[in-house]
Ligand binder design. Structure first.
Ligand code: 5U1
Length: 675
């Protein structure tokens, strides 16, 4: 290539790479597979190696420097980075709106409601469209210069797109670590015997403050930009919502959840909706921020000493709190798995009072070195079981001794054994252990299994403790008189329970298989087995080889099924259940057109607007699909919602067909043909 041609190619490659990064990170709709991006990147890198004079500071290849820093120098913010006034209840939001209306002498205000990320506030300065400086918020007046590390965040453009940006533009936003990246990072840290981060916020802060920019660049950091600080030689729009749009056009990533809302009712409505979807966002938020939309109104409202009068953070209930460990117990699950649980001084966290938190397993107790009497951080996020996150070791009582894991089952005294890998500890008591019997009955009766309404945990405990029920088949022998004698169960409830046990007998084969509680057989596997064999009899007689033909059934699941059906007492229970009248309609798994995704391996990514993730997953299972979590060459289809992320890119890369939400909805309602 001639010198001019090389120059032109280098320029084209940069434009293409910037464009692809923009579509991938900012618009979340990748234009090309990752492999294509990588190819062009390598081409640019090799041209720059041969022609170093063509290297520019804003080239996509020049994001990460190699020299570790001695420290971070101080940066003074030209416009202070303010903090936000907090509200914890609806009343405070109404009061905020009343005050704004009064000061503005208006009857109605439009606000922008946007998620408040639990990350690290930063300021990015662009001069003539080039990123020249990035700083942390610090105390709001002085922060640290983290330019080298910010350059490593690929969703932050090194130069702005278009040409209508102000000559000097200081953008503000929150750097955060998505939950998936946080879990992956901690997994890697553990593998390398490095310190674990307690939460995504600490991981984001720790990653951005690495002195080696290469380490920082390897961390899964992202940004959402939410406003503008200093500005010269140019203008920004007149409203906040328009500014967010302008930022996106200039190549900066803004939160797609930000929305213009009307009055305090609009704010509170957004709050409730986002609170419901909080777990599905893929990143931690600790509330919503409401901002008066109109900038001239913002100016008239002005700021108090540290926070603007025109904005309010409406916080979610705290998800982490401190409390004390009173005792450590172990619980025995349906399959005998032993789970340690911390009994706590009750504490209000994540919107509920919590007095128990899981300690997961023996290794986790050892890792945390949690002891009775310790002050601990516990976390309760949404419906997730509360867990102990860390120990405040400075507050440990002098005589607290190390926890010794039991060697015998606390319920039946059988020996506790460890499985092949030594990761899971189990009670060896089997059906001799009342705890395992109770849990297997609770599972059998649960909503997604036989769905026996009214058979709650307390009733099962009593039935097993007094010896009336020894296995799930005994449930179908219960009568009103027997049940009436149990504590707290009147005649009416006893009658209702007998009726719901009777009506549970009409079920489906997948539900029945799932209800049996066979190790390794969850809902999706039960669905696949039912679709494949279409009858219980054919499943029971299937050998290892035949079983492994079922999609996603490998040697372990097949072995578990064979072991289960070979046990005499399991055969007896199944035959008693059938004798009690449990029936299901003939499986019409293949070729009927009712289950268009029969046997297909499907992956869900991104959030749906019309349904929760769990609803989407159930709809897929109903359509016959096997829902898995990661995309591979075995995946038949990916369903992509909003912000689909890496799985979407991988699907495109591997040529896996992708269905968007509208097409998925059509499929649910019987519209799209599937090949
Ligand atoms: N989304 C969002 N987060 N956040 C934090 N907007 C936003 N605005 C802030 C802060 C501290 O401050 C400005 C209102 C000054």
């Amino acid at each position: 290539m001639t010198g001019t041609k090389v120059q032109a190619r280098v320029k084209d490659l940069r434009v293409l790479l910037e464009r692809y990064a923009y579509y991938y990170y900012v618009l979340a709709t990748p234009e090309v597979p990752d492999a294509q991006y990588d190819r062009l990147f390598l081409e640019l890198q090799s041209l720059e190696e041969k022609h170093p004079d063509l290297i520019t500071k804003d080239s996509p290849t020049q994001r990460v420097g190699s020299a570790p820093l001695a420290g971070f120098s101080e940066v003074r913010h030209v416009v202070p980075m303010l903090s936000l006034a907090n509200a914890f209840g609806d009343g405070e939001v109404l009061e905020f709106d009343r005050r704004c209306r009064q000061l503005l002498e208006t009857s109605r205000i439009q606000y922008v409601a946007e998620p408040k990320l639990d990350g690290l506030a930063v300021s990015l300065t662009y001069e003539d469209g080039q990123l020249v400086r990035a700083a942390t918020r610090g105390d709001g007046v002085r922060g640290e210069d983290v330019t080298q590390n910010i350059r490593g965040i690929r969703s932050i453009p090194l130069r702005l797109r278009g040409n209508d940006w102000p000559g000097l533009l200081e953008v503000r936003g929150e750097v955060y670590m998505p939950l998936e990246g946080f879990l992956r990072l901690n997994h890697e840290q553990r593998a390398m015997d490095q310190k674990l981060y307690v939460n995504p916020r600490n991981a984001a802060a720790g990653s951005l403050r690495q002195l080696d920019p290469r380490i920082s660049a390897s961390r899964p950091l992202e940004i959402f930009c939410y406003g503008i600080g200093a500005i010269e030689a140019g203008q920004v729009p007149e409203t906040h919502i328009e500014t967010l749009k302008a930022l996106t056009i200039w190549g900066l990533r803004t939160n797609p959840e930000a929305a213009l809302v009307d009055g305090p009712e609009g704010c509170l409505d957004s709050y409730r909706r986002i609170l419901e979807r909080r777990e599905a966002l893929g990143y931690d938020i600790d509330g919503l921020v409401y901002k008066v939309n109109n900038y001239s109104d913002q100016q008239r409202l002005g700021t108090l000493s540290r926070s603007p009068r025109w904005a309010l953070a409406h916080k979610f209930p705290a998800q982490e709190e401190l409390t004390r460990v009173l005792r450590i117990d172990v619980q025995v699950g349906r399959t005998g798995a032993i789970t340690p649980v911390a009994r706590l001084e009750p504490v209000f966290v994540g919107g509920a009072t919590v007095s128990n938190a899981t300690l997961h397993n023996r290794d986790e107790i050892e890792r945390l070195d949690v002891r009775v009497g310790d002050t601990v951080v516990i976390r309760r996020a949404g419906d997730v079981i509360p867990e102990v996150v860390s120990v405040v070791s400075e507050q440990r009582p002098a005589k607290a001794s190390r926890y010794r894991f039991p060697t015998q089952c606390p319920v039946c005294d059988s020996e506790i054994i460890s499985d092949d890998q030594g990761a899971i500890l189990r009670c060896s008591g089997g059906l001799f252990c009342a705890a395992q019997v109770k849990e297997s009955i609770k599972h059998f009766a649960s909503r997604r299994a036989m769905d026996i309404e009214g058979l709650g945990s307390k009733i099962v405990d009593q039935l097993v403790d007094v010896g009336i029920v020894k296995n799930v088949a005994d449930l179908f022998d219960l009568d009103t008189k027997t049940l009436e004698e149990l504590d707290r169960l009147g005649r009416k409830s006893a009658e209702n329970l007998v009726a719901s046990i009777r009506s549970s007998r009409r079920t489906t084969l997948p539900r029945f298989l799932f209800a049996l509680g066979i190790a390794q057989v969850g809902e999706a596997t039960a669905q696949a087995l039912a679709a494949h064999f279409e009858s219980l009899d054919s499943l029971i007689v299937a050998d290892q080889e035949v079983l492994e033909q079922v999609i996603d059934v490998g040697p372990v699941v097949a072995g578990s099924l064979i072991h289960f059906f070979a046990q005499y007492h399991n055969q007896e229970v199944i035959s008693r259940l059938q004798g009690a009248g449990i029936t299901w309609p003939q499986e019409t798994g293949k070729g009927t057109g009712k289950v268009p995704l029969a046997g297909k391996v499907v992956v869900l990514t991104g959030s749906m607007t019309g349904m929760t993730r769990d609803e989407a997953r159930k709809a897929l299972i109903q359509l016959g699909a096997k829902v898995t979590s990661s995309v591979s060459k075995n995946t038949d289809m990916v369903i992509a919602g909003n912000e689909p992320g890496g799985k979407f890119a991988k699907a495109k890369d591997l040529g896996v067909p992708v269905l968007f939400e509208s097409e998925f909805q059509q499929l649910i309602h019987g519209g799209v043909e599937n090949g």
